[in-house]
Design a protein around this ligand. Structure first.
Ligand code: NDP
Length: 276
C-alpha cells in the first residue's frame, strides 16, 4: 500500500517539498505519496488528527506551525527539544513523534555540499526565530570558535543562547547574544541569515565590515538570483555566497531517512531545483 505524507502549513502552495520527496522516492524505489495541506491558522491540530486518522504516516511542518507541532508531539527527539520547534511529525500507533531536521540540513549543506568547514570558525547567526532555534544546536556541534547570535529583538537572542551556553559538549565554544548592531567592529568567517527580512525584500540592518577575508554569507532564504542579504554581503566583501536551497533539500533528506530508513542522494535533486 502507498504510504501517505504531506507538508502542512499556511501558505504552502510555494513549497518544493512534494517535488523533492517525489524525486527521493523515485531514486530509492519507495512507494509513497506526498502532497500539500493548506490549513487555516486556527486549524493545525484538527488537520493533523484528520490526516493521521486517514492512515497518514508523517508530516513536514512549515510556517507558522512549527511551535504548535512541538507542543502536539507526544515524543520528541533531542534535536526537537533543543530547537523547541518541530518540522517533522511521524505517526506511530500510539505516539506522535516530533523531530527537527532544519539545523542539520543547514550544517550538511554548508559543510558537505559547499565544502566549508565550520570547526574553529567565527560564526554569526542573524535571527532568533524558529529557523535560528533549530540551527544553534547543530552549529555548536561542529565546534566553531565562536557562535554569536544577533537579533532585532535582543532578548530573544539572549534567551536562545542561554539555553545552550556552557552545556557539556559545547563548553569550549564562546557563545554570545546581542542586537543586530552589537557586532559592529567584529569580523566573522560565516554569517548565516536566519531572519525573515528577505520575505519583505529587504536585508537585516547589519553593521558594515562583518565579513572576514575568505568568509561565507549564507541566506536560509532562496529564490531566483541573489537575495537582498546576499547582495549586501557581496557589496561588503563576503567571499562566498550561498542561499538556502541546499538546506531545504538536505532537511528533506534527513526527514526521508527518519520516515523510510534510507538516505537519498541529494546532489541530483539540488541540481534539478537550481535549473528550474
Ligand atoms: P520566524 O518568523 O520564526 O523568525 C523571524 C526572524 O526574523 C526573527 O528573528 C525576527 O526578528 C527576524 N526578522 C524579521 N524581519 C526582520 C527584519 N526586517 N530585519 C531584521 N530581522 C527581522 O521565521 P523562521 O525562523 O521560521 O524563518 C526565517 C527564514 O528562514 C525565512 O526566510 C524562512 O523562509 C527561512 N527558512 C529556510 C529553510 C530552508 O530549508 N532553507 C527552513 C526554515 C526557514 P524579531 O525576533 O525581532 O521579530
Amino acid at each position: 500500500m502507498t504510504d501517505r505524507y504531506a507538508v502542512i502549513g499556511n501558505p504552502v502552495g510555494h513549497s518544493k517539498s512534494p517535488l523533492i520527496h517525489a524525486e527521493f522516492a523515485r531514486q530509492t524505489g519507495q512507494d509513497i505519496e506526498y502532497s500539500r495541506l493548506l490549513v487555516p491558522i486556527e486549524g493545525f491540530q484538527a488537520a493533523v488528527e484528520e490526516f493521521r486518522l486517514a492512515a497518514g504516516k508523517g508530516l513536514n511542518v512549515t510556517l507558522p506551525f512549527k511551535l504548535e507541532a512541538y507542543q502536539l508531539a507526544t515524543r520528541r527527539s533531542p534535536r526537537a527539544d533543543d530547537a523547541e520547534a518541530v518540522n517533522v511529525l511521524s505517526f506511530g500507533r500510539e505516539s506522535v513523534e516530533g523531530d527537527n531536521t532544519d539545523g542539520i540540513g543547514l550544517v550538511r549543506d554548508i559543510e558537505a555540499n559547499l565544502g566549508f568547514s565550520i570547526a574553529g570558525k567565527r560564526v554569526l547567526l542573524l535571527g532568533a526565530g524558529g529557523a535560528a532555534q533549530g540551527a544553534v544546536g547543530p552549529l555548536l556541534a561542529t565546534q566553531p570558535a565562536l557562535l554569536a547570535v544577533g537579533n532585532r529583538t535582543t532578548e530573544k537572542a539572549q534567551r536562545l543562547v542561554a539555553r545552550f551556553a556552557g552545556r557539556g559538549p559545547f563548553a569550549s565554544v564562546v557563545v554570545q547574544a546581542g542586537s543586530l548592531n552589537s557586532y559592529a567592529g567584529a569580523r566573522f568567517d560565516l554569517v548565516v541569515n536566519a531572519t525573515s527580512a528577505s520575505l519583505k525584500d529587504t536585508a537585516p540592518d547589519i553593521p558594515m565590515g562583518l565579513f572576514a577575508a575568505g568568509s561565507m554569507a549564507y541566506d536560509m532564504m532562496y529564490g531566483q538570483g541573489l537575495t537582498p542579504f546576499l547582495r549586501l554581503a557581496q557589496q561588503q566583501g563576503a567571499d562566498r555566497l550561498a542561499d538556502g536551497l541546499g538546506m531545504l533539500v538536505e532537511q528533506a533528506a534527513e526527514t526521508f531517512l527518519i520516515w523510510r530508513g534510507i538516505r537519498p542522494d541529494t546532489h541530483p535533486v539540488i541540481q534539478q531545483l537550481q535549473s528550474l
